[in-house]
Design a protein around this ligand. Structure first.
Ligand code: ADP
Ligand code: MG
Length: 578
């Protein structure tokens, strides 16, 4: 084929593919435009995970009637005039590409009125082509509605994740911007139901309590406006919140970073944060962190990534050190000041800073004190309950326990050091799998049904995987927005509070394949005896007896080592007796 310039329409679709990879990226661009337009309220409405409709309404400056077509042209922007400006960007947008890209792959309608204009204008664009334009009466501000996103790019459509996944992504886009801009009131409706709201009252704590759920938020500490100043270097400001070591997650997805009001991804900075928790969190556990980093705009290049999700710092080492120091100092201060117990009664942040999305219902106040009352309740079933499977380990004799975490045992082949938590997880996992296959996991009706108020994304995930919980013989009902009533729970949870168990199980299910096995693994992890817990001799015997008959006794279901074996030869070698 001869070389030819592509038609404008094809160029448009190709370019759209870079910046608009999924409905959440379109939502992000529209929200950024609203923020750049000085909006004080931004409403996002979504249907079918953004594939059917995505509508963003703001009360910002609006667009002049005379400029409306221009706004949809590629490289048309009011935010930059020269290449020099690129070095000093203080707006979220600057490429003048988003509206053009979105309109190229959807049916877009914009209704807008500029504050200084009397009449507003409505414009319909389909696949990049203007179909209709008329003057209309409208409130000052802008509504951009997108329908049938990717209707003309079937490949992109085919690669979209499930509707639930897209919904979750959109929800996080909205929640992240709400965190970066607590002065702006955000609201998100998905399929007619309100999923998130922020008051616009200017208090980050408010937003976090709504986004993470009150319980998680109460385990977070404010970084108090740390400024890193070095002679001859730009000042770096860091504010935000990080979790106490009592709160963690199985993935890094609660480490949220902003640079100059822009949500960014940066694995180096995220590493700086997790490193600050070194020794405080178990391997595989990650903190919550919301960090708002500010620095002179010319100190950071935002023009390096199609979706503007990554940035380049002029001195990344300086930023790394500042972030790590800010987090570490906050953690140190908290360990001097606050005992790690009784998170519910310590107010942490004054109550006046916490706005509840729904007023705290009485049952919650009543039960709050019980929430951390599950100490020592983990229960290791009697050896007799273990199904008689073939042996996979020799008969072991318990010698003792070290550090309330490891069981020392002896067998014909030498010495065994057993991680009680990992081993119990392995045992419980097989027990659950066996029980599921043979009549079901034994469960018990809770003496008083418990209510769990979940973070919105946890609530959504619970709805998606409710079947897995039912299979484990949980009985859970929807009780209100993001709250659930638990009537029955598996017996291995003993008297642990089921409402406490749900978020932990959901956290480990989130990144998993969401099969029955994954659910059993999540339940086993929650129910297993913890490290740091003294065990009676009989309990250790019972645990070892069950481990001896587990199909794969050497690792926990999540892949952690359950035991270290020192053979006679190893010991002789160590003592130079060979
Ligand atoms: P960019 O944001 O990079 O400038 P966009 O394609 O997103 O590019 O928007 C093009 C222009 O349209 C913006 O520069 C702005 O002037 C105008 N615009 C877009 N959305 C809005 C909005 N919600 N309110 C006011 N102006 C807007
Ligand atoms: Mg923009």
């Amino acid at each position: 084929m001869p070389i030819e310039l592509l038609p404008e329409e094809v160029i448009g679709r190709i370019a759209a593919g870079e910046a608009i990879e999924r409905p959440a990226s379109a939502a992000k661009e529209l929200i950024e435009n609203a923020i750049d337009a000085g909006a004080s309220s931004v409403h996002v409405e979504v249907e079918a995970g953004g594939r059917r409709t995505l509508r963003v309404t703001d009360d910002g400056t609006g667009i002049h009637v005379s400029e409306i077509e221009l706004a949809f042209k590629r490289h048309a922007t009011s935010k930059l005039t020269s290449a020099d400006d690129l070095r000093d960007i203080s707006t979220l947008g600057f490429r003048g590409e988003a509206l053009a890209s979105i309109a190229a792959v959807s049916r877009a309608t914009v209704v807008t009125r500029h504050r200084d204009d009397e009449m507003g204008v409505s414009l319909n664009v389909r696949g990049g082509v203007v179909e209709q334009r008329r003057l209309v009466g409208a409130p000052a501000g802008t509504v951009v509605a997108i329908e049938n996103l990717f209707f003309n790019t079937p490949a992109r459509l085919a690669f979209l994740k499930s509707e639930a996944t897209e919904k979750r992504h959109i929800q996080w886009v909205v929640m992240r911007y709400a965190m970066a801009y607590p002065n702006i009131a955000f609201a998100l409706k998905q399929d007619g139901r309100e999923r998130f709201r922020s008051s616009g009252g200017g208090v980050l704590a408010d937003v976090l309590a709504n986004a993470f759920g009150l319980k998680a938020f109460r385990c977070m500490m404010a970084l108090d406006g740390i400024e890193e100043r070095r002679p001859g270097r730009p000042a770096i400001g860091i504010t935000g919140y990080v979790s106490q070591p009592t709160l963690s997650r199985a993935s890094r997805d609660r480490i949220i970073l902003f640079v100059n009001g822009r949500a960014i991804q940066d694995s180096t900075l995220s590493h700086a944060i997790t490193q600050a928790y070194d020794g405080l969190l178990k391997t595989g556990a990650f903190p919550f962190a919301v960090l708002l980093i500010s620095m002179p705009p010319d100190f950071v290049d935002v023009n390096v990534h199609p979706t503007k999700a990554e940035v380049r710092f002029r001195d990344s080492q300086l930023v790394f050190v500042a972030v790590q120091r800010a987090v570490r100092e906050t953690l140190l201060k908290s360990s001097d000041a606050a005992p790690a117990v009784d998170l519910w009664t310590s107010t942490g942040f004054g109550e006046e800073y916490i706005s509840y999305q729904h007023p705290q219902p009485p049952w919650r106040q009543r039960r709050a004190a019980d929430l951390f009352d599950d100490e020592g309740m983990d229960h290791i079933p009697e050896a007799a309950e273990a199904p008689m499977r073939p042996r996979t380990l020799p008969v072991l004799r318990v010698v003792g326990q070290v550090g309330a975490s490891y069981i020392i045992a002896e067998g014909p082949a030498g010495l065994y050091l057993i991680d009680q938590n990992a081993a119990h997880e392995r045992v419980l996992y097989h027990q659950l799998i066996d029980e599921s296959a043979n009549g079901g996991v034994p469960s018990q009706a809770l003496p008083e049904s418990q209510t769990a108020l979940l973070a919105p994304d946890d609530a959504q995930l619970l709805c998606e995987v409710s079947e897995l919980f039912t299979q484990l013989n949980f009985e859970i009902e929807v009780f209100g927005p993001n709250s659930f009533l638990i009537r029955r729970a598996p017996r291995i949870l003993s008297s642990m509070l089921a409402s406490d168990v749900l978020p932990r199980m959901l956290a480990s299910l989130r990144g998993s394949e969401k099969t029955a096995e994954c659910a059993a693994e999540a339940l086993a992890a929650v129910a297993a005896v913890r490290n740091g817990q003294m065990l009676q001799e009989e309990e250790m015997q019972s645990l070892i007896a069950q481990l001896e008959r587990c199909p794969s006794p050497f690792a926990s279901p999540s892949g952690r080592k359950t035991l270290i074996h020192l053979s006679r030869e190893d010991l002789a070698d160590e003592f130079k007796r060979l």
